[in-house]
Design a protein around this ligand. Structure first.
Ligand code: ZN
Length: 324
């Protein structure tokens, strides 16, 4: 039991029940996006299927297959964009009758259970309450309220909270070994404990967009109008890549506004703050926000890309040069 002392409480509880034979066969894993619901279910599946004494060892063939998402006895549903349908539930019920290929258990992980319509939930009810021997079902949902009361009452609920900043940072460090300390810290603050959000924040295209946004702001504040127009109307920019880029720019501006109003920066480094902070007043930034929001709307409602981006460039330039 030495191991479980260092485990998150919900994992320690699962192990305890597994060891004394009181483990439930139906779980409702509830938590906000990015709180690690799938990871928790996979960890439990490892514990259920592990071939070593110290379960889950994380090292045996079975554990590795589970973590890699290709253990033949771990079945996934609902991971795409569509809700799990009644037909899929019927298929699932059939699968619960199969003899496990590799271990002694069949584990079913149903992602996005909050999207399941009542008929699909009803179809699942019986097998969720009383699955065949050796079957364990995990329903992952961002809110258990989205499940029918009859489903809710038949499973053991495990609530996952957003991750602690330190734990999140450590996890991200492993996932993104090349990302700078500043970016990691920004991801932790920005995501408010959601691993999924933090991951999206650190993906390469998101990083690129922030770099782009910073360049726009620097050029706007430096006062070179024609360079700014050239930058914003560059031919590489297309409508669908510009929208997220404008969002990144708006994020940057709101971060700057936050600092100007006495808050703490999320995205900006000390160096950035020194540079932008000295060049832009709160009024300038607010005016830049207005023109950006306005142009973003035009772009979204199909305005001509070059015309809108030229308007944005001149608008930003005018906002920046009113500072005197
Ligand atoms: Zn193992």
């Amino acid at each position: 039991m030495e191991l479980s002392r260092s485990l998150a409480p919900e994992r320690a509880d699962f192990l305890r029940r597994l060891q004394n034979g009181t483990c439930s066969h139906g779980f409702i894993v509830e938590g906000p996006k990015g709180s690690g619901k799938r990871e928790f279910a996979l960890w439990c599946a490892s514990a259920l299927l592990c071939q070593s004494e110290n379960k889950p060892c994380g090292l045996c063939r079975s554990c590795r297959m589970v973590q890699g998402g290709h253990h033949p006895d771990v079945h996934f549903y609902g991971e795409g964009d569509k809700a799990i349908s009644v037909d899929e539930v019927r298929g699932l019920i059939k699968e619960t009758g199969w003899i496990p290929t590799d271990g002694e258990k069949n584990v079913f992980i149903l992602a996005n259970a909050q999207r399941m319509q009542p008929p699909a939930q009803n179809a699942l009810l019986k097998v969720f309450e009383e699955p065949p021997a050796g079957v364990v079902i995990f329903l992952l949902t961002d809110s258990r309220r989205s499940l029918l009361p009859t489903v809710r009452s038949r499973g053991q609920t495990v609530r996952l909270s957003p991750m602690e900043p330190k734990a999140l940072e450590a996890r991200l460090k492993l996932m993104f070994p090349r990302v700078s300390h500043e970016e990691l810290a920004a991801a932790v603050t920005y995501s408010r404990g959601s691993l999924g959000e933090a991951e999206a924040f650190l993906k390469r295209d998101a990083v690129m967009r922030r770099e782009n946004a910073k360049e726009w702001l620097s050029v706007a504040l430096d006062g070179d109008k024609y360079r700014l127009i050239g930058l914003l109307t560059a031919s590489k920019h297309k409508r669908d890549t510009l929208l997220p880029l404008l969002d990144a720019f708006l994020q940057l501006l709101s971060d700057l506004l936050l600092v100007k109003s006495g808050g703490k920066a999320v995205l900006l480094t000390d160096e950035d703050l020194e540079f932008y902070g000295a060049r832009a007043t709160k009024r300038v930034i607010a005016a830049m926000c207005d023109v950006t929001v306005n142009c973003r709307e035009s772009l979204e409602s199909n305005g001509n890309v070059t015309a809108v981006m030229t308007r944005l460039a001149t608008g930003l330039w005018s906002a920046a040069n009113e500072r005197a």
